[in-house]
Design a protein around this ligand. Structure first.
Ligand SMILES: Nc1ncnc2c1ncn2[C@@H]1O[C@H](COP(=O)(O)OP(=O)(O)O)[C@@H](O)[C@H]1O
Ligand SMILES: [Mg+2]
Length: 505
């Protein structure tokens, strides 16, 4: 046994977060830790790594009780955490990040740069990675940054690497590549604890699974002994119904809501398409393909140099900033809720109201209609089942999934005609994800909301989209109704591997 967590309890003030948690990780094992947002996974990780030192229970590592060891001492015995928000330094080069803290010096005590880069190159090569050690980390792709974090851990002789939601914001293929990398390191004898919401991949990759629910641990599930439905039921505590948008919805001829005509601009080349009233249009493409570019351009976040746009029969003037787009009823919800979504210090209510203070909530003489404000915030609070004590709780205290619900509520409060969702379920637990999808399904059908849906999660994309747009090199290359497409179909069309007559509409 490498790690044993034995009867761990933890409260923050009067709030009990972990009750009698147990789990065991063997040598060369990949152990999954799963649970809804707020279940206590990160807290447990911080206890194992020693960041939190006031807990009850025992942490045993290689048969020794390490309760008394500090974070650094635990790192020295081989426990290394890659936190949710990457710990590497973006302004440093790859090599500098790998050897952080262990600079080789020459005989005069000077840092030996030549040696640093030679070593780094060898280290990367040993782990099967081929990026240039002289590159700045901020220029690496997200998935390579995650891999670099693992390399750094292994370079410091980690025996157990704990990855807290490493796949957040990665595409399905990048996730695959990270998991392959982890699997390869496991074969060399390293153990991993992996926290993720992607159950399909967890079931494929991990040897053992521990579920955290309401602060309790349900542990010891072995690979092959549990299926996805059982696992999601264990996580949520009840069966989760996956949203399936009805197929007649997908084929219904829709009144055109948005019409994009010959739009060009940064990363966009003569793009034309229509979006029907009440339609969900999936947007597919690699980074730089034009997929995200057109979504951001319609929202006033990227510039358009040419083209016409009409919205529900009105001329839509090219937005020069998000505000002009919002005023014309197109709203964008960013995947990066930390940067572009919510203000952590403000309450749920204040965040939801932010977009409508000068419109729907405005009374005379600059006063705000308080009753309406509370009514509006409560409406979304309830429909989206935001898990918080009330609309007055500050957003910073909420889990990721619940913060995202607030971001979406804020967007919907402004009564958009077109909602543009950019990776809206990234890092969100399965229950919250289905709640968000169900709301989109409902609003499109009942209120005629039109949606552009950008995601790299093809299963989710195919469940919610009526039609798909594929982008490459700034151009729209395929516009196709989603009549029973599979994730493999989507990948093939996007990669143009098998693009033959009949695949195209
Ligand atoms: N430092 C803290 N003070 C108070 N409450 C906390 C603190 N850290 C976490 N919590 C609470 O503990 C619970 C578990 O959080 P966390 O471990 O981050 O969950 P997970 O990682 O499973 O999403 C949440 O309700 C969270 O609000
Ligand atoms: Mg967490």
């Amino acid at each position: 046994m490498l790690l044993k967590v034995s009867n761990v309890n933890k409260s923050f003030g009067s709030k009990i977060v972990l009750t009698d948690n147990n789990l065991e990780v063997g040598k060369s094992e990949i152990h999954a830790l799963v649970g809804m947002n707020g279940a206590g996974k990160t807290t447990l990780v911080r206890i194992i790594s020693g960041v939190i030192d006031d807990y009850e229970g025992d942490i045993i590592f290689e048969d020794k009780n390490i309760n008394k060891l500090s974070v650094i001492e635990r790192q020295n015995v081989g426990i290394y955490v890659v936190p949710q928000h990457a710990a590497i330094i973006p302004e440093f080069t790859v090599a500098e990040n790998i050897i952080l803290g262990t600079w080789p010096k020459d005989t005069l005590g000077m840092v030996d740069w030549k040696k640093i880069y030679e070593n780094a190159e060898k280290v990367l090569h040993d782990y099967g990675l081929d990026f240039d050690p002289r590159m700045k980390v901020r220029d690496l792709s997200l998935v390579n940054q995650r891999k670099l974090n693992v390399v750094r851990a292994l370079f410091s002789k980690a025996k157990l690497v704990i990855l807290d939601e490493p796949t957040t914001a990665l595409s399905s293929e990048e996730r695959d590549s990270l998991f392959k990398f982890i699997e390869a390191q496991r074969q060399q004898g390293t153990s991993f604890i992996l926290i993720s919401h992607y159950l399909e991949e967890i079931l494929r990759l991990c040897d053992t699974i521990t579920v955290n629910r309401d602060g309790r641990s349900y542990t010891g599930y072995k690979k092959g002994e549990i299926d996805e439905a059982t696992l999601s039921k264990l996580i949520v505590g009840e069966s989760v119904k996956l949203l399936e948008r009805s197929s007649e919805e997908k084929l219904k001829t829709k009144k055109v809501s948005l019409e994009v005509n010959g739009v060009s601009g940064k990363g966009m080349d003569n793009i034309s398409f229509t979006l029907g009233r009440g339609e969900v249009l999936g947007v597919v493409g690699f980074p730089g393909s034009g997929a995200r570019e057109i979504c951001r351009a319609l929202s006033g976040l990227n510039t358009i140099s040419k083209g016409q746009i009409t919205l529900n029969g009105r001329e839509f003037s090219i937005p020069k900033d998000p505000k002009t787009a919002v005023n014309q009823k197109i709203i964008y919800v960013s995947f990066d809720r930390h940067k572009e979504g919510v203000v952590q210090l403000l309450s749920i209510k204040e965040n939801i109201s932010m977009s409508i203070l000068t419109s729907r909530l405005k009374k005379m003489f600059g006063f705000i209609n308080k009753t309406k404000e509370i009514e509006n915030a409560n409406e979304y609070f309830k429909t989206l089942a935001v898990r918080a004590s009330s609309i007055n709780e500050s957003v910073g205290n909420l889990s990721g999934g619940n913060q995202q619900k607030v971001v979406i509520s804020k967007a919907l409060s402004a009564l958009p005609e077109v909602l543009i969702l950019d990776e809206p379920t990234v890092g969100i637990d399965i229950k919250s994800r289905e709640e968000i999808l169900a709301l989109i399904d409902h609003l499109t059908k009942e209120r005629g909301l039109s949606v552009l849906y950008l995601t790299n999660d093809f299963n989710e994309l195919l469940r919610i989209s009526d039609r798909l747009l594929f982008f490459e090199d700034g151009k729209l290359i395929v516009d196709k109704v989603n009549d029973g497409l599979t994730a493999e179909d989507v990948m093939q069309i996007r990669d143009l591997k098998d693009l033959k007559e009949g695949v195209l509409n």
